[in-house]
Design a protein around this ligand. Structure first.
Ligand SMILES: *Cc1c(COP(=O)(O)O)cnc(C)c1O
Length: 353
């Protein structure tokens, strides 16, 4: 606290990111980074931008990237005008909260979900009604049929990894024609189907995605949203009232190359999915209950060991996983799918159970 702080800042409860420890040789399975690394074409594209042009501002609209994203989704008839790009999907989400979810009524999101949502509500002074997931940690569309100022949920959900079929997403969209429904698809490429296919059918649908997870570019900070042009215009208005150049020249070049290298992307996603099934089977063998995951992590609990204890014992062996000290999920561990070697270390590290 300081007398120099605004009243709002004094009340903020900021997001706490998963730790990025500095030790070498860690088996780091705590922040859902992709173990396969970015496409070599992404690295080459960034290197080719390392020149005197860095003295010039980047394209404030990121037009070439919007076109690359539209081209990637050409099967769904998406145009560049329906795409918004930002400095990581966290920034895109922040603009969504401020520009599209701040109305008179409370917004709806699940009780167990991405913990940044309540933080944005605090920052932008947005009321929320938190909707409990079912006993089996699923989103029940029936629970989203009540007055609201907007709806947001990740699909697959985080940290549960559970995926909600598109027919159920449509259920929520149909029941809420007067609210923006935001589907945060940070993990959709690991086995889910994207709701971008529904954007031209539902003017109230906004889909956000990130290059941090499936495209292995958490360090580059690129996220985007796809929706009706009117929704995108709201985000452009917020962006141009905040920071006109959210994506630098290197990020734009790398992100475009990432969308152009479909082959690398598909290989990496396939590799993660294959390893996820192996890790799931191994954890079940050790007695864990593992929620069905369509993400690059699994959410699991052991019937006779506390989540925090298991996490501590793994840490002693240099293996870092994520434990949330939170109601309903304090027994669980969220374990990112790593390389085959890292996953084997994890399984070996759990031999004490
Ligand atoms: C990782 C994650 C994001 C943020 O992604 P960035 O693009 O790295 O900011 C957004 N939503 C969910 C649910 C995530 O897990």
């Amino acid at each position: 606290m300081s007398k120099f702080w605004s009243a709002l800042v004094s009340e903020l409860q900021p997001y706490v990111p998963g730790e990025q420890p500095k030790m070498a040789n860690l088996v780091k399975l705590n922040t859902n980074e992709n173990p396969f690394g970015p496409s070599p074409k992404v690295i080459a594209a960034i290197q080719s931008e390392l020149n005197d042009n860095l003295r010039l501002y980047p394209d404030p609209e990121g037009q070439a990237l919007k076109e690359a994203i539209a081209a990637y989704h050409t099967d769904y008839g998406i145009s560049a005008k329906q795409v918004f790009v930002g400095n990581g999907s966290d920034e895109v989400l922040a603009h969504i909260f401020q520009g599209l979810l701040k109305h008179d009524k409370p917004i709806l999101f699940p009780d167990i979900t991405y913990s940044f949502y309540p933080v944005y509500c605090g920052l932008y002074q947005i009321e929320s009604d938190v909707i409990p997931l079912t006993e089996s940690f699923e989103i029940n569309p029936e629970d989203y049929k009540r007055p609201n100022g907007g709806i947001i949920f990740p699909n697959p959900n985080a940290p549960t990894g559970r995926y909600l079929g598109l027919e159920h997403v449509e259920d929520i969209l149909k029941a809420n024609p007067d609210s923006v429904v935001v589907v945060d698809e940070a993990y959709v490429d690991f086995g889910g189907e994207t709701a971008i296919s529904l954007v031209n059918q539902y003017p109230n649908l906004l889909v956000s995605q990130t290059l941090s997870k499936a495209r292995s570019l958490a360090g580059l900070r690129v996220g985007f949203a796809v929706g009706n042009e009117e929704l995108i215009e709201a985000l452009n208005r917020v962006k141009d009232s905040f920071n006109s150049y959210p994506l630098d020249r290197l990020a734009l070049a790398g992100a475009i190359a990432a969308f152009e290298d479909r082959e690398w992307f598909e290989k990496c996603c396939g590799g993660v999915i294959e390893e996820r099934e192996r890790v799931t089977a191994a954890l079940e063998n050790l007695g864990f209950e593992v929620l069905p995951s369509k993400a690059n992590f699994v959410f699991a609990r052991h019937p006779s060991h506390e989540g925090a204890d298991i996490a501590a014992k793994l840490r002693e062996q240099g293996i870092i996983v994520r434990h949330f000290n939170k109601l309903r999920i304090s027994d669980f561990l969220r374990i990112t799918i790593g390389t085959s070697d890292q996953n084997s270390s994890l399984i070996k590290g759990l031999a004490f159970l």
